[in-house]
Design a protein around this ligand. Structure first.
Ligand code: FAD
Length: 285
């Protein structure tokens, strides 16, 4: 029954929040309001994405530094190896360790259009980081398969390599097909991957934008999701309520399936993430 499934949700849950570096003073204000709003929920870590060019990269370092200096949160920078030499990465890793960073989200990064086939992968970054210090490393996983992978099995083996190289959890690409996540988690267990496969939850407020993004990332948008947002193109208020409802339904199913760790793609907004966490029983300390 609904009563039973709601009472089964308990506070025994770990959450982490992802932000991106803001590009304007207005966006910076929104980011910091969101960080302050979410901080009392005591996340395991908060992560900050890393961009494709050096200007954006400096902004990542800036946000990480300020989180470290002004909050009690654990700051986890994302780090990518496209466009960076091993020497640069070693330098940065040492700098991070010295400045107290212990958590890193290690990624290959998206290749600029027209790039040649890559020769270095996220697993190489995991090894490089582990050669510097005992970082707690998160890596990316793709329940619906990464678009560059030759097939699902090769992609799974790639994840296993990243874990064997020393990563301690996988964070998934966002998804809406909960079944595909659950099947993926089973396949990870069968492949001997023994770390948490943390679902990446994307609270949706802008479905039009999501349609564009999902196509690029090989994420399926089920028919029911289209139906939920159908006709709300000019109704941001209702979209917000519907988006919260969609995500809350998802986390309830995941929670009932034993998921204890959730990662939120906040898009620098606090409202939906806060509401979803509340439903999961995550409360201010
Ligand atoms: P990898 O694990 O290296 O895999 C990339 C592809 O190569 C896969 O298809 C894999 O199967 C394949 N592959 C691996 N090894 C080999 C091999 N030896 N031969 C052939 N193929 C191989 N991007 C950013 O730029 N900045 C961010 O901050 C950022 N944060 C992210 C956070 C999360 C949680 C996720 C899920 C993604 C994030 N991304 C970010 C996007 C990510 O950089 C892209 O999805 C990128 O294309 C792949 O990164 P990866 O770490 O999964 O790569």
């Amino acid at each position: 029954s609904l009563n039973q499934s709601l009472s089964e949700l308990n506070g025994d849950i770990n959450v982490s929040f992802e932000f991106f570096p803001p590009s304007t003073p207005e966006m910076e204000q929104i980011l910091w309001n969101s960080i302050r709003r979410l901080e009392p929920l005591n996340p395991k870590f908060v992560s900050v994405t890393y961009g494709a060019n050096s200007g954006v990269r400096d902004r990542t370092h800036g946000v990480i530094e300020r989180i470290q200096q002004e909050t009690d949160l654990v700051a986890a920078p994302h780090l990518t190896l496209v466009d960076a030499s091993d020497e640069e990465l070693l330098e940065l890793a040492k700098h991070y360790w010295k400045s107290g960073i212990r958590d890193i989200v290690a990624l290959r990064g998206d290749l600029p259009a027209g790039s040649p086939k890559p020769t270095r992968f996220a697993v190489d970054l995991v090894r490089l980081l582990r050669s510097v210090a005992d970082f707690d490393i998160s890596v990316a996983a793709y329940p619906e398969v990464h678009p560059d992978a030759s097939n699902a099995q090769a992609d799974l083996i790639n994840l296993k390599r990243k874990i064997d190289a020393g990563a301690s959890r996988a964070i998934t690409q966002f998804f809406f097909d909960v079944e595909s996540y659950l099947r993926f988690r089973d396949r990870c267990v069968a492949a001997g991957i023994d770390v948490e496969i943390v679902p990446g939850i994307l609270p949706v407020t802008n479905f039009t934008q999501l349609k564009r993004f999902a196509g690029m990332t090989n994420v399926s948008l089920p028919g029911w999701l289209h139906k939920q947002f159908d006709g709300l193109e000019n109704d941001a208020g209702t979209r917000q309520l519907v988006g919260a409802n969609v995500a809350i339904d998802m986390v309830k199913v995941l929670s009932r399936e034993g998921v204890k760790d959730f990662h939120f793609y906040t898009l620098n907004r606090a409202e939906l993430t806060y509401a979803i966490c509340h439903t999961l029983g995550v409360r201010p300390k």
